[in-house]
Design a protein around this ligand. Sequence first.
Ligand SMILES: NC(=O)c1ccc[n+]([C@@H]2O[C@H](COP(=O)([O-])OP(=O)(O)OC[C@H]3O[C@@H](n4cnc5c(N)ncnc54)[C@H](OP(=O)(O)O)[C@@H]3O)[C@@H](O)[C@H]2O)c1
Length: 268
Amino acid sequence: MAASGNGRNMSTDSNKVDEPLKVEEAETVNVPPPLTEKLLVLGGNGFVGSHVCREALDHGLSVASLSRSGRSSIRESWANNVIWHQGNLLLPESLKEALSGVTAVISCVGGFGSNSQMYKINGTANLNAIRAAAEQGVKRFVYISATDFGLANYLLRGYYEGKRAAETELLTKFPYSGVILRPGFIYGTRSVGSMKIPLGVIGSPLEMVLQYAKPLNQLPLVGPLFTSPVNVTAVAKVAVRAATDPVFPPGIIDVHGIQRYSQQHKSK
Ligand SMILES: NC(=O)c1ccc[n+]([C@@H]2O[C@H](COP(=O)([O-])OP(=O)(O)OC[C@H]3O[C@@H](n4cnc5c(N)ncnc54)[C@H](OP(=O)(O)O)[C@@H]3O)[C@@H](O)[C@H]2O)c1
């Protein structure tokens, strides 16, 4: 019986033993994810989080959300298909039940306030979530971070330092499957109670102009002010893809990457 010296080919047909391995190119194909995929969206009732939940449901995923207020004020019908958990990432115990059986997490938790509040919500809360997810064997973790603000980093240092601390933890705990999205301004329709605020009125024209003004973005200190805004549906598409596609590359994706990946997805 013929056996392969390198252990790659166990065929008993000796003519086949030395045939080189054909490696298929790792390419994303638009197949529905297996039903065993279970996504937990942290902050699924927020502006970005609610778009992420809808995008994931459209892909046939099983979707749960965790936030301090649970489902909160979302009245649209898609919200009936999400499992809503109430919990606080600053009290990591409250995350355990929601993480049970979860294969991927997308964190949309972040926000503004005093410097110490900003560090807690963008940093500490997400550090807790990343650690808990790694301990429970979650396969992939996507974090909605933010671009470098240049001059404004100093004024918003709690926000910026919190984001970067969470990013570092993510790349440490999920080196092969952690994805960080760094958008600038995100526009789309934000629901506040029963009101819908169309942030696209400002964001969309600005995106058209600034996506072709990439060199301005490289200017020292003020460059980040020219970062192109991005549509919330593009952020949600890329986040869901990064959370479910096993060949999606780990690491940091800037606003141009978000725009590119969301276009790729559209054309498939
Ligand atoms: N919007 C933008 O233009 C923009 C731009 C760049 C980056 N980002 C980033 O994108 C992410 C999402 O932003 P967003 O605009 O969607 O914010 P948002 O609407 O304020 O949503 C934040 C979410 O986090 C939840 N949350 C806050 N503290 C929590 C805690 N301790 N434990 C559990 N859940 C908590 C909130 O729900 P509860 O209040 O019910 O807990 C809410 O669902 C943030 O990280 C933000 O920094 C946003």
